[in-house]
Design a protein around this ligand. Sequence first.
Ligand code: BES
Ligand code: MN
Ligand code: ZN
Length: 512
Amino acid sequence: MSQEIIKINVTAGKIDVLTSPADIVAVAVYSDGKGGEVFTRLDKALQGALSQVRSLGDFKGEANTTSVVYGNAATCARRIVMVGLGDRKKFTLDTLRQAAGRAASRAVDLKGKKAVFSLHEDLPKRTDMAQVGQALAEGAHFGAYRYDEYVGKSKTGDGRPAAIQVAIAESDVAQTRQLNQGVKTGNLLGEAQNFARTIMNRPANVVNPASLAAAAKKLAAQTPGLTCSVMDEKQIRAKGMGGLLAVGQGSATPARLIVLKYTPKTNVRKQTIGLVGKAVTFDSGGISIKPSQGMQDMKFDKSGGVAVLGAMKAIAAMKPAVQVYGIIPSAENMPGGMSYRPGDIIRTYSGKTVEIQNTDAEGRMILCDAIHHAVTLKCDVVVDVATLTGACVVALGEWRAGLMSHSDRLVAQIKAASEACGENIWHLPCGEEYLDLMKSKIADLKNIGGKWAGASTAAAFLGEFARDVEWAHLDIAGVGMVDGSTKFGSPGSIGFGVRLLTTFVMNESKVK
Ligand code: BES
Ligand code: MN
Ligand code: ZN
């Protein structure tokens, strides 16, 4: 059977790196070679072993590099992991998030259960210590994550830790308090992100619309402030959600509409935010079937919906003063005798009709109904998130998600959230000229545009269903996963969107 995902917990405390027993002590090193006080003390205790690694040139303190030196009787810690922060001048909070990720990842590989981090020495003046604590905790959760629930114990090795304790070492009491404030948020976000990663990583024979709905119900049952209702295929048909119905009709596991609701204790601004996420549990392309190469990655086509699920978990724990719906349309896009076809004309929930020209452009067909549902629930703001187009991957690669919107205010808010949380985006257009390409001669819209600007034409299509609300769209097709050979940690999903959506909602709740 499957094994449990590693549990990670982070705290900050008055800890001395020399006298505290630990499996690893992680110490930060900038590439200019000037070690901080902690580095110097450790180096002394090790009779210069750390500086020797540097002078040999085996470790230069570059960002995203690490080097392990073994402890002695004078260090208490079994291992010292030097973690590069790179160029001092390029320092951002994400430098720390990445460094903590590297350190935590090394801890897992070295089968360590207890890690002490001293990564936040020598920061630029006026760095907010709560933000430092949050970034370190988020990084630790991210880096210590492994998707190995179906890997036999023999392969993960004896003693793969079931849980990792990370202690951030700080000598100052006031700073420790501030760090811990941020650590609390970082633990919540890190946990929610890893929760999402696990569901994203699970294959389509495990996660289908019904089992995803069950997972959402389970989350709501465990989470105060969160409720969940699910529409089955019959209810979807009765409501007139023709897009979601059509995409799901070719599958043996029919569609669901999952609606999570977070109700705040007080809603000062009387604002309601709708987070809408595409959850296609497998995208074969349907009748317009995809080439077989790489098709296995289409298990990740539920990532937008699962990011919404993870964000709702974090939001319920962080308790913003706004109402939030998490709306997750879920379907499996399969070819078969019951499938929708190219040429079909679908009446969507909004009443608008859509001519299907390619059944592989299915994401927009389920999202348009979910967005309209958000409108009927009286959301003021709607943000949808979806692995929507290969064109967005061509434009932005795996580094940034595309952001499209009708609202300059939302663009600014989402950009701010992105900068704060370290999940990167890039603003792309979705105006009239792109919408023109989505107009059909025999229906209100068609579901594909021309050859060019596929990310923007898809967004323009979605925008038509969100005319009366503030709306933004995140195309996360490129940022959904890593192959493991180019980045550290676990191959598969990086849980993109959980931090971004949560940060956005928390910021919205503070807008005056
Ligand atoms: N799920 C795919 C988009 C995708 C592609 C996600 C690559 C992740 C990596 C989406 O449903 C799709 O198939 N889009 C088509 C749209 C086209 C038919 C207009 C695409 O991008 O090719
Ligand atoms: Mn598709
Ligand atoms: Zn898709």
